[in-house]
Design a protein around this ligand. Structure first.
Ligand code: AMO
Length: 516
C-alpha cells in the first residue's frame, strides 16, 4: 500500500489570532495571518499594522536586523493585501498593544490592487451606497464588523431563551402558493409550470403547526415583501423571528417577547462593550456628516425666510422651511425593565390627539408651524409616521400597543371579547411592540374557530378556497393559539441606534439594490 502523502500546505498554519498575541507570550514564535492595514516605512525602521477579525498586531522591521528580502517584501505591500508572517513576539512599551512581532519570514497570499474602491483604514465618512457596493471591504472595518457581532449575539440569545421556554426551531417553505399578509406585496416566481410566490411570513405554516400538536415553535428565516416604499426602515427581504404558541393568548406571547428582548439586551451589555465603542464611531461619523448637511439646509432656510418676508407683504402663501435632519443618539446598552408598558390603541389615539391639540395651541396663528402639524387620528385609522412620532415624545422607549381595531388587522387576528371590550368599536387581540415611533413586532391571539376564520378571509376580499391547505387543520382539532413576528433588522436598529436598516444587513435588498 502506498503511503498517504503528507498534506501539502500552500499556507503556513496560523498559530494565533491577533488578539492572542499578548505580552504574556513574549519570546514565542508565532505564525499570524491577516490583511495589511497600513505600512509606515521610516527608512531604517518600518511598521506594518496587520488586521484580522479579532484585532490588530504591530509588526516591527529594523532594517539592519531583518532579512533584506523580508524587509523589502513587507514594506512594499499595498494596504489590504493578505499576508502570513512568521515571527517572534516581543513585549514592547512603545507598541500600542504592548507587544510587537519581529518577522523572520513572510508569504504574500493575495496581493491587493490599488487604488481601493473604499478605504478600510480611513476614518472618514463614506456614503452608504458606496459602502454597500463594496460591502466586502466595508465589512473589514472593525466598526462595521461590530454590528454583525451584535447581530450574532441577539440571534443566539433569542434561540436560547425560546428553547428554555419550551419552543422548538422549525423551518417552513419560502416558496408558496398563497399570500399571507395581503395580496399586493408578493414577489411572483415561476415554479416549473406554475405560478408561485416568495413567502411574506411563515404565518400560515406556524398556525398549521399548532394544529399538528407541536405546541410551541419558532422560526428564524427570510421573509419577502414586494413593498415599493424606499425608507430607512423597510427592505424587501428581511429576517423574521416568528413564534407560535398553543393554549395561549396575546398576553402570554407578549410575555415571551419581552423576556426574549430582555435576554438579548442583557447579553449585549455583558459581551459587547468593545463593539458598542466601535459602533459609536460609525454613529459619530454619521452625525458629523449630518451637521454638515444641516449647515447647508440652514443656509437654504435663510433664503426661504427672506423670500417669505416678501411673500407675506404680497399676501401670498408662505414657503415651508426645509426640516433639519436628525442626529442619531449613541448606542447604549440599556436593559429594559419588565413588564414593558402596555397602552391600548384607544389610549394612543387620545394621547396623540391631545398632544396635537397642544401643538396647535402653541403654534397660534403661525401658518408655517400649523401646516407642519399632522391631522388628528381618527379611531380605526393606522397612525401615520408623523402621528407615531407625536406618541413617541411621551413613549420614547419600548412599549406595547394592544387592542388594535379589527379593520386594520389581518384575517387571522382574533377579536377582543373580554368584559371591558368597547361595545361600539371592534377591537382585536392584535398588538404591536413599539420602540418610540418604530414598530418592532406584530402579534396576536389568532382565530381558531373554522367558521369565523372563513368569514374573516371572505370579509377581506380573499377566496377561502385558496386557503384550503391552511383551513384543513382547523377542521380536525385546532387549539387556541397566539404568536408574533419580529424583524431582526428593526430590532438591530433599536439596539445599535443605527438609523438606516441597511446598516444592519450584510447585503440588503431594496427597491434599487439587487447586487451584491
Ligand atoms: P408584520 O407584517 O407586521 O406581521 O411583520 C412583522 C415584523 O416584521 C418586520 N417587518 C419588516 N422589516 C423590514 N422591512 C420590511 N419591509 C418589513 N415588514 C415587516 C417588522 C414587523 O413588526 N404574520 C405577522 C406576524 C404575526 O402576527 O405573527 C406579520 O408578518 O419588525
Amino acid at each position: 500500500m502506498s503511503q498517504v502523502p503528507e498534506r501539502v500546505r500552500s499556507q503556513w498554519p496560523r498559530t494565533h489570532f491577533l488578539n492572542e498575541v499578548v505580552p504574556d507570550i513574549d519570546g514565542t514564535e508565532v505564525t499570524i495571518t491577516g490583511w495589511v492595514h497600513e505600512v509606515r516605512n521610516l527608512g531604517n525602521i518600518a511598521f506594518l499594522k496587520l488586521r484580522d477579525r479579532s484585532g490588530f498586531a504591530q509588526v516591527t522591521l529594523v532594517k539592519d536586523e531583518c532579512d533584506a528580502e523580508v524587509f523589502e517584501t513587507l514594506t512594499s505591500q499595498q494596504r489590504e493585501s493578505v499576508v502570513c508572517i512568521k515571527g517572534l513576539v516581543k513585549s514592547s512599551e512603545q507598541a500600542k498593544m504592548g507587544v510587537e512581532i519581529i518577522p523572520n519570514a513572510i508569504q504574500v497570499l493575495s496581493p491587493a490592487e490599488t487604488p481601493l474602491p473604499l478605504g478600510v483604514a480611513d476614518k472618514v465618512f463614506a456614503d452608504l451606497d458606496t459602502r454597500l457596493d463594496n460591502r466586502f471591504l466595508d465589512l473589514r472595518r472593525p466598526e462595521v464588523h461590530a454590528v454583525f457581532a451584535v447581530r450574532d449575539t441577539i440571534l443566539d440569545s433569542c434561540q436560547r431563551q425560546l428553547r428554555e421556554e419550551g419552543f422548538i426551531e422549525v423551518h417552513t417553505p419560502k416558496i408558496v402558493a398563497t399570500a399571507t399578509e395581503g395580496g399586493t406585496d408578493l414577489f411572483p416566481i415561476k415554479y416549473f409550470d406554475r405560478d408561485a410566490y416568495l413567502n411574506q411570513s411563515p404565518q400560515l405554516f406556524k398556525q398549521i403547526l399548532m394544529g399538528s400538536g407541536m405546541d410551541r415553535v419558532f422560526e428564524i428565516g427570510p421573509a419577502f415583501r414586494a413593498e415599493k416604499h424606499d425608507t430607512v426602515r423597510h427592505v424587501n427581504e428581511f429576517i423574521s423571528i416568528d413564534i407560535e404558541m398553543s393554549f395561549a393568548d396575546e398576553e402570554d406571547v407578549m410575555g415571551v417577547l419581552e423576556r426574549v428582548i430582555h435576554r438579548m439586551a442583557t447579553d449585549i451589555a455583558a459581551k459587547h462593550q468593545d463593539d458598542v465603542e466601535e459602533i459609536n464611531q460609525l454613529i459619530k461619523r454619521y452625525n458629523h456628516h449630518i451637521e454638515q448637511e444641516n449647515g447647508k439646509i440652514n443656509r437654504e432656510n435663510k433664503g426661504i425666510k427672506k423670500e417669505n418676508k416678501k411673500l407675506k407683504k404680497e399676501g401670498q402663501p408662505l414657503k415651508p422651511f426645509i426640516p433639519l435632519k436628525d442626529k442619531v443618539p449613541p448606542m447604549e446598552t440599556v436593559v429594559p425593565e419588565l413588564p414593558l408598558p402596555r397602552l391600548t390603541y384607544t389610549e394612543c389615539v387620545d394621547i396623540i390627539n391631545a398632544r396635537l391639540q397642544k401643538m396647535r395651541n402653541e403654534a397660534g396663528d403661525n401658518q408655517v408651524a400649523l401646516a407642519a402639524i399632522p391631522a388628528d387620528l381618527e379611531w380605526g385609522e393606522d397612525p401615520s409616521l408623523e402621528q407615531f412620532k407625536v406618541l413617541a415624545q411621551e413613549y420614547p422607549g419600548l412599549y406595547y400597543i394592544t387592542r388594535w381595531p379589527m379593520s386594520i388587522k389581518p384575517f387571522y387576528v382574533h377579536h377582543y371579547d373580554e368584559e371591558d371590550a368597547d361595545p361600539d368599536r371592534e377591537e382585536s387581540r392584535g398588538f404591536d411592540l413599539m420602540f418610540g415611533h418604530k414598530e418592532i413586532t406584530s402579534g396576536a391571539q389568532r382565530v381558531h374557530d373554522l367558521d369565523l376564520l372563513i368569514e374573516r378571509i371572505s370579509g377581506q376580499g380573499l377566496d377561502p378556497e385558496g386557503f384550503e391547505f391552511y383551513l384543513k387543520p382547523f377542521r380536525y382539532g385546532m387549539p387556541p393559539h397566539a404568536g408574533w413576528g419580529l424583524g431582526v433588522e428593526r430590532l438591530m436598529m433599536m439596539f445599535t441606534s443605527l438609523h438606516n436598516i441597511r446598516e444592519v444587513i450584510l447585503f440588503p435588498r431594496d427597491r434599487n439594490r439587487l447586487v451584491p
